[in-house]
Design a binder for this molecule. Sequence first.
Ligand code: NAG
Ligand code: NAG
Ligand code: NAG
Length: 385
Amino acid sequence: MGSRKGTSFLLPVLLLLTVGSVAPLGECRCHRPPAIFNFGDSNSDTGGLQAGLGLVIGLPNGRRFPGGPTGRFSDGRLVIDFLCQSLNMRYLSPYLEALGSDFRTGANFAIAGSATLPRNVPFSLVIQVLQFLRFRARSLELVAKGSSNLINEEGFQNALYTFDIGQNDLSRMFRNGLSYSQVVEGIPSVLDEIRGAIKASVGKSFFHGISYSSVLLQMIYERGGKHFWVHGTGPLGCLPQKLAVHKKEGSDLDSFGCLASYNNASKFFNDGLTALCDELRKELQNATIVYTDMYAIKYDLIADYTKYGFENPLMTCCGYGGPPYNYNVNITCGNAASQACADGSKYISWDGVHYSEAANAVAASKILSTYYSKPPVNFESFCLK
Ligand SMILES: *[C@@H]1O[C@H](CO)[C@@H](O)[C@H](O)[C@H]1NC(C)=O
Ligand SMILES: *[C@@H]1O[C@H](CO)[C@@H](O)[C@H](O)[C@H]1NC(C)=O
Ligand SMILES: *[C@@H]1O[C@H](CO)[C@@H](O)[C@H](O)[C@H]1NC(C)=O
C-alpha cells in the first residue's frame, strides 16, 4: 500500500466502523486477507489482559471505540487495528477471549504488561508463542475432523506473524535501578527471546529443565510460518510516565525534552533488533522478515507534533496533575480522581504510557508508507492472491 493510500483510512467516515466489521476501504485491493497472528504487549493488546485476568478496563479507555471499551489501552484504535483495516479485515480477537471471538482471520496473543523476560511469567513472549502453537495444533485437529471455519495448514503458512515487544523489558530494567550501561548489557538476552520466537536458538533452558531446544522444532518458522513483521520499540524516554516519575535534577534531556538515557536504550535495542532481522533474513530460506522503525515514527510525532495537529507532545490526555506531563503515578487514567481531556486528537499520549487513537492513526499510516520498513515491503503484498 503506497503512502497516498496509506492515509485513506484516516477519513472520518471510518470512525463509524463497528467492532469486528470489515473496513469499507474502497481503495484497498485486498479481497483475501491473510490470517494475522500478533504477539506483544499493551501496544497491540486488543483485550487480552482483560480477558486473561478478568479485569475491567473501562472508560475513559475506549471512549472513541465504536461500542465502547474493549480492553485496549487507548481512547480508540491501536496501530494493529489500523493495520488490519488496511487489509480489509476484522480486528483481531484476543486468544483468551472466550465469548464473541472470531478466529477465522487470526488471533491476538499480545497482553498488556508482557515482556520477553522472565520467561516463566504469564504472558511472556515464549508463553504467547506456546499459546499460538497450541492454537495451531488444535485448529488443525478440528479442521481434520471437518471444521471448515478454522484456519488450515495453508492458512498458517500464508499468515502474517507480527511482533511488537521489548518496551516492558527496557522499562523493567530501568525500574529495577539499572544504569544505562547495565540496561544495554541486558538487551542481548531480550533479543535472544525474539529470535527464539521466530526461530529458536539452541541450548537454553526453558521453565527450569524443559529444554528450550525441545521447543525449537515447534517454533513459528519450523511450523511453516514465512511472513514476519517486526516492530522496533518507541522512544521510551518520551513517555510522560517516565518523565514524571524518573526525571531528576540533572537528568540528561534530549532536544525535545525526553530522557536521553531511556531513548538511548530504545535505540540500542532497535539496532540489535535490526541486526537480528538481517541475520534471520539470511538464515531462514524463503521467509519475509520486515523490520519497522517505530522509534523514528513515534519520535517524529513528538518532534514535529504541530504538523499532525497535536498540541502537547509530552502531556497525557488522561491523567492527573496538569502540566508539564499531567501524570501522577498514584492517580493514573481510570482512577476516579483522574481526568480525561476533551479532545484526545490533540494529544500524542493517551495515559502516559499508551498512545492516543489519533497518534496511532498517524503511526499506522507511516508504517504503511513502507518508508520506515526494511526491506520496504508493501503491507498489502501479504494479501492472498
Ligand atoms: C546517549 O547517546 C548519545 C549518542 O551516542 C551520547 O552522546 C549521550 O551521552 C548518551 N546519553 C546518555 C544519557 O546515555
Ligand atoms: C524455498 O523455495 C524454493 C522454491 O519455491 C523451494 O524449492 C525450497 O524448498 C524452499 N525452501 C524452504 C526451506 O522452504
Ligand atoms: C504516591 O504515593 C506514595 C505513597 O503514598 C507517595 O510516597 C508518593 O509521594 C506519591 N507520589 C505522587 C507523585 O503523588
